[in-house]
Design a protein around this ligand. Structure first.
Ligand code: SF4
Ligand code: SF4
Length: 369
């Protein structure tokens, strides 16, 4: 649920992109740009909505959801769901009492890597404050999963930064996921995406997957690097995945601040995709929205699942740029597949087992960056 459209940071890939993106509107879609800044429906109607789904998992999302601490507490006190999760920049985590924090199943924390990189993207001082808050919540007894959720683009050395997040002197994460800032704005012409993809990102992912399997070989540890975890699990189990791995539009939906339901939080205000209001629809009978071409005709659709419904619909990057992004997906699948021979042997030899590849699906990790 989108608790607020407001945020207390001005990150480069969000706030600055919005400022530079002079064509940021959607000529082909009717968009409501006047959504309430905070939730405008009552908590009882949210409770009635959630109670209809025995497996309901509710993720607090924004903007920055911790700007609405009173709402979070009210919802956690009154709404019956299976689990609560939160995606937050972490700056205000110290303000939510431990009795609420400790009930969260998972916290996805926006952090891009080490201090220099995180502060470069998110603003000076962000990293230190977030790390202090993470230490505090662990000290106060939070035992759930803490996922470092990176946004990566040209200034990121993905190999170096993912490794750093997994093992450092500040605060090592046991789970890491990253999302490419690619295809979400009309920014391809002013980006160096192609060069970075070839020189850094694709080779970095290749090294990283080898490092991931080496860790299993040397220490018997399967690090929770989400993109690898999801793809490897599918390859090992020979699962076919022709539905979006983020779940958007078919099992994972977003509730706007006005109570209307949309396929994914990035699609706020896009009226053509409104799927009803929480006061009147059954969460188990929501319409399903699927990705279209080029994904449905793609050779790796059964493993990729489509990357991103939002990018697929809005098509803000031209086809040749979209192909470059898909090239990163092909590379990710290819290098992971090549390492699966080794991983299968490690499973056979008892160095690891399939339980190590389990995770809560649709927890906010898109799986395909
Ligand atoms: S690789 Fe690209 S075209 Fe193929 S399924 Fe994934 S997102 Fe769609
Ligand atoms: S990856 Fe999924 S959740 Fe993320 S923006 Fe795209 S459709 Fe939405």
């Amino acid at each position: 649920m989108i608790l607020t459209t407001e945020c207390n940071l001005q990150c480069r890939y969000c706030f600055s992109e919005a400022l530079e993106d002079v064509d940021a509107d959607f000529p082909d879609f009717e968009v409501d740009y006047c959504l309430p800044k905070r939730i405008s429906y009552d908590v009882d109607s949210l409770d009635r909505f959630c109670r209809q789904d025995p497996d309901c998992v509710l993720t607090f999302y924004g903007g920055e959801p911790l700007l609405c601490i009173d709402h979070i507490k009210q919802i956690m006190d009154h709404v019956k769901v299976k689990h609560f999760l939160i995606q937050t920049n972490g700056l205000l985590l110290n303000r939510l009492e431990p009795k609420y924090v400790n009930r969260l199943h998972t916290i996805l924390i926006s952090i891009d890597g080490d201090e220099a990189l995180t502060d470069f993207y998110r603003g000076k001082g962000t990293f230190r404050k977030v790390i202090d808050n993470l230490k505090l919540i662990r000290q106060n007894g939070f035992k759930g999963e803490l996922i470092a959720r990176m946004t990566v683009m040209e200034q990121t050395d993905v190999y170096k930064q993912v490794k750093w997040l997994l093992d450092n002197d500040e605060f090592s994460f046991s789970s890491v996921h990253w999302q490419l800032n690619a295809g979400f704005w009309n920014d391809f012409a002013r980006r160096d995406f192609k060069e970075w993809r070839e020189e850094n990102y694709n080779p970095g992912v290749c090294k990283l997957v080898r490092f991931w399997v080496d860790q299993v070989e040397n220490k018997g540890e399967v690090s929770r690097i989400y993109p690898f975890l999801g793809i490897a699990r599918s390859l090992i189990l020979d699962e076919r995945q022709n539905l979006l791995r983020c779940g958007a539009g078919w099992t994972n939906y977003a509730i706007q601040t006005d109570g209307y339901i949309i396929p994914c939080p990035a699609m706020w205000g896009m009226k053509n995709y409104y799927l009803g209001h929480i006061s009147s629809v059954n969460p188990l009978k929501l319409k399903k929205i699927f990705v279209g071409e080029p994904c449905t005709k793609c050779d790796v659709f059964n493993i990729c699942g489509g990357r991103c419904l939002y990018a697929n619909i809005i098509k803000r990057w031209p086809p040749e740029a979209y192909n470059l992004v898909c090239g990163t997906v092909w590379n990710l699948i290819d290098v992971t597949s090549k390492e699966m021979y080794r991983m299968r042997k490690l499973i056979e030899n008892g160095k690891t087992n399939l339980r190590d590849f389990e995770f809560m699906k649709y927890n906010g990790c898109e799986m395909i960056p």
